[in-house]
Design a protein around this ligand. Structure first.
Ligand code: WTA
Length: 661
């Protein structure tokens, strides 16, 4: 256990609480800490009405809600029934028109080192200017807009301006390709796309507007495209459809009245992979989501007014939505955001930014940590990181070795690691050590305990609770305010994918163990979903992408353990046309997937084979392929139809290993 740290003002507070003029012992800290946590936690579970009555006050309600929770149509829950509020008002106006007017909301750092400091007043002005533009273009409450942008301030402005008017936005990660973007435009029914000419990443330009143009060839709903000039790359502007951001978002003193929406009106849709080929559009509420994200950040990280927070994710993922945009703004914090890659132009980039901006809280992913770990300690040790107080981790299980490296080197043995377990669907952290309400002794690799309001359980295949120390499925027995409300246009799938396996409970889709001290250990996905560098990718989605590249008859995809990315994508493909060489086919498949789906979907290995093992009924046996490829025993293959294909897979892997060594 690693618990020999002191946390700035927290230890002073504890000195007062011990009533003695001495530092509390380690035992005292944890004893006190956990007592506060336990008290709050049990109140949240035993008396949720009273608990949420108090904690909903973290935001401003234009009309106070009547009831905390309406569960009459479970699992379609409604939180803070009949409450009226506005996310943008809460995130921006409250501060800009109050005491934080001149406080920095964001310190934006460009990949080339340029910086921009945006105060709350500056953000307010920008958001109003863009909200006015949206209004002038006819956008109104309930309309849908796609935001497909790089990590620039206008992305945040766009999100907030939509929220101000009640426009439901769907942010699409700028690493997605044109087919993935087109799918999301269609499913969300968006009439507008907000984008940029391009974005900078690893010193290269990603031509976003061109990708939008390609996607719009496939769709028919969009009538306006707003384009931010970021890179200055040449773009084609369709006069009837495309406008420049700087032409429409003009400075004006006129403020735009926030639209007071219902607590259950949707704030955004965010697509995430599931077990079918079609991504799921998780629809998030306004009131419950706001209350949940703000409280969870406070509980888990306990930021002080003058702290600088850096969530090193991309706005396009849920981590960015909740903890770059909404929660820090709701709490009136100052965030540092970074446009580019954390290893560009050098592997010391992340540490350099922390030193330069005296960052106090860093929140990043195990993949980022493992990537930086590979470059060795010298890059970290070259920088003064003494401003750091707390470190956070998200997106994947953090293995103890990376945990320890992060703790020793980034934190210099002083900073607790807040390992946050949560999902796109949960809106905010679910399990995490709660520095703000009582930090438990940490165990590297465990996300520790549930936050208030979260009621997790570990179950066997039949929904029976397993004994401590036994692996099972993690599920939640109670709804929580930040939970998504449904899947866009697919309420049946919402019920089926999440609430059917364990009736009355939310099935997370992960394996977990609870140990004898009540700590939770997340072991990874329990379904056909891969976690590559903290990104959720469905195996069937990738198989479809391999097939869609043309010339491929069938494909099987699975994940193999990878020391940096968590999992790497391995694809097997059977070609339709025997004339193409394997090398040509692999290069073509890679190129097509990159363009259509985006670089994160490109398999690390593609093997061309003559056939794939199948059952007699013709189902591809992915389990067998994976087992053979990973050199494990394939298990029961008595139903296997064409056993020669197993040998072929073994040969393909053997020759791949020889080539790559
Ligand atoms: C995984 C990201 C272990 C998990 C916020 C989950 C984690 C999926 C952790 C959600 C963690 C996320 N420890 N595993 N701290 N955090 N995961 O929707 O498999 O992109 O189901 O949300 O990431 O990924 P998503």
């Amino acid at each position: 256990m690693f618990n020999n740290f002191k946390i700035g003002s927290k230890s002073c507070a504890l000195m007062v609480e011990t009533g003695q003029n001495r530092e509390p012992s380690r035992d005292e800290i944890y004893h006190m800490g956990l007592a506060t946590y336990r008290d709050l936690y049990s109140k949240s579970i035993e008396n949720p009405e009273e608990f949420w009555e108090k904690h909903s006050e973290i935001i401003y309600w234009h009309r106070k809600w009547d009831r905390v929770l309406d569960d009459s149509k479970a699992p379609f829950y409604k939180w803070f029934v009949n409450g009226k509020t506005n996310m943008c008002y809460n995130a921006v106006d409250r501060h800009a028109l109050g005491n934080r007017r001149n406080k920095a909301a964001y310190i934006w750092v460009a990949e080339n080192g340029d910086e921009k400091i945006i105060t709350y007043d500056g953000l307010y002005r920008r958001v109003n200017n863009f909200a006015r533009a949206l209004k002038n273009m006819g956008m109104k409450k309930g309309d849908r807009a796609i935001i497909y942008m790089p990590m620039i301030i206008e992305s945040i402005t766009a999100v907030l301006a939509c929220a101000r008017l009640g426009i439901v936005f769907s942010f699409v990660f700028a690493g997605f390709g044109s087919a993935a973007l087109a799918d999301r435009i269609k499913d969300s029914g968006s009439t507008m796309v907000i984008t940029a000419d391009g974005g900078f990443r690893n010193g290269k330009i990603i031509e976003l507007k061109k990708i939008v143009d390609d996607a719009l060839e496939e769709t028919s709903t969009v009538n306006t495209v707003v384009v931010v000039k970021r890179t200055g790359s040449e773009v084609t502007m369709d006069e009837a459809r495309d406008v420049w951001w700087h032409d429409v978002a003009k400075d004006s003193p006129e403020a735009i009245e926030p639209e007071w929406v219902d607590s259950s009106d949707p704030l955004f849709i965010l697509y995430t992979s599931g077990t079918t080929g079609k991504p799921k559009g998780a629809v998030h509420s306004t009131g419950g989501y706001a209350v949940w994200t703000a409280n969870t950040l406070k509980w888990a990280f306990s930021p002080d007014e003058n702290d600088r927070w850096w969530c090193a994710a991309d706005i396009g993922w849920i981590t960015g939505h909740s903890y770059i945009v909404f929660a820090p703004l709701l709490l009136g914090l100052t965030s540092v955001i970074y446009e580019g890659s954390i290893t560009f132009p050098s592997p010391g980039r992340m540490w350099e930014i922390i030193e330069k901006y005296r960052i106090n809280m860093l929140y990043t992913s195990p993949t980022a940590i493992r990537t930086l770990m590979k470059f060795g300690e010298d890059y970290v040790r070259a920088h003064d990181l003494s401003s750091l107080k707390v470190l956070g981790s998200v997106g994947e299980p953090i293995n103890p070795a990376s945990w320890k490296w992060y703790y020793d080197n980034a934190g210099n043995y002083r900073c607790p690691i807040i390992d946050t377990y949560w999902q796109t669907e949960t809106g905010g952290f679910m399990l995490a050590p709660a520095l703000g309400i009582g930090l438990p002794p940490l165990k590297p690799g465990s996300a520790t305990f549930p936050l208030p309001g979260v009621d997790p359980v570990v179950l066997d295949e039949n929904g029976k609770e397993v004994a401590d120390g036994t692996k099972g499925y993690i599920a939640y027995r109670k709804p929580w305010p930040g939970m998504f409300m449904t899947l866009n246009k697919d309420p049946e799938r919402y019920v089926k994918a999440y609430f059917e396996k364990f009736p009355g409970m939310y099935n997370c889709g992960d394996y977990a163990i609870r140990d004898s001290e009540g700590y939770f250990w997340i072991l990874g996905r329990a379904d056909e979903v891969l976690n590559v560098s903290g990104h959720r990718l469905g195996t069937i989605e990738i198989e479809n992408a391999v097939i869609a590249s043309g010339g491929v008859a069938e494909s099987a995809v699975f994940g193999r353990p990878d020391p940096v990315k968590g999992e790497a994508i391995v694809a097997f493909a059977v070609l339709r046309n025997g004339n193409e060489s394997s090398g040509e086919a692999v290069a073509r498949i890679r190129k097509d997937i990159r363009k259509q789906m985006g670089p994160i979907y490109v398999p690390d290995e593609i093997h061309i084979v003559g056939s794939l093992p199948k059952t007699r009924s013709g189902k591809i046996m992915r389990r067998v392929i994976k087992a053979v490829a990973l050199n494990q025993l394939p298990g029961d293959i008595s139903t296997l139809e064409n056993s020669a294909s197993v040998d072929e897979i073994r040969d393909a892997i053997d020759s791949f290993m020889k080539e790559s060594s």
